[in-house]
Design a protein around this ligand. Sequence first.
Ligand code: HPA
Length: 245
Amino acid sequence: MLAIIGGSGLTTLSNLDVSHREVVRTPFGEASGAVVFGEICGKPVMFLPRHGYGHTIPPHMVNYRANLWALHHHKAVGVISVASVGSIRSDLQPGDIVLPHQIIDYTWGRKSTFFDGVASPVTHIDFTEPYDAELRERIREAAEALAIDVKVGAVYGATQGPRLETAAEINRFEKDGVDVVGMTGMPEAALARELNLPYAAINVVANHAAGRGSSANGIRFESLEVVLHEAMGRVRSVIEGLVGC
Ligand code: HPA
């Protein structure tokens, strides 16, 4: 069964016909909420809202380990992460859907491994390609079949949040090769790999990054809601295509 982790703008999957919810106790504490089980056009899917059901958990407080562990426990065969981002690359506009292929991690202080040397031995996973290429391709094909435009390939910069970045930080990230910035991509992707769970991300551009384009004079997060709402409709359609509607 495919698992979907929804971020800002996707706290519920309106096309999911819910059958039941399960609260999982994990060795790493509580997940962001109950895992919701249901069907999208008859195909089983599980869903977890990353920030909790009332969007009360900020990016740096998300219990990423419990979330991934809960989905693994429920035998997820793959995880699709949906998350909003700010765009640095000039061809990426608010409302665009992006399928990133690489990550640079700028987060700190997050519990980022299951292999902490206490419960399980120190293990160094390969993370050369942080996302599952096959799952990304399946998402791309689903979008193409529906004539929904997606940009394939972007470097995702994971920032600590919850504040947005300074203009100088964005300039630095651009020099590093970052195309889009978000606050939740790590350690989520690495934890999925530690569990051998194929993981791919669907990023929705909510805004130009700080100091860029329409954000030259600041970012008002509230005004991003409209863009996100419309784009998440397209993301839901892509997910429907992906599960085989
Ligand atoms: N920066 C970091 N995370 C984000 C942004 C941003 O500009 N927009 C949406 N998530």
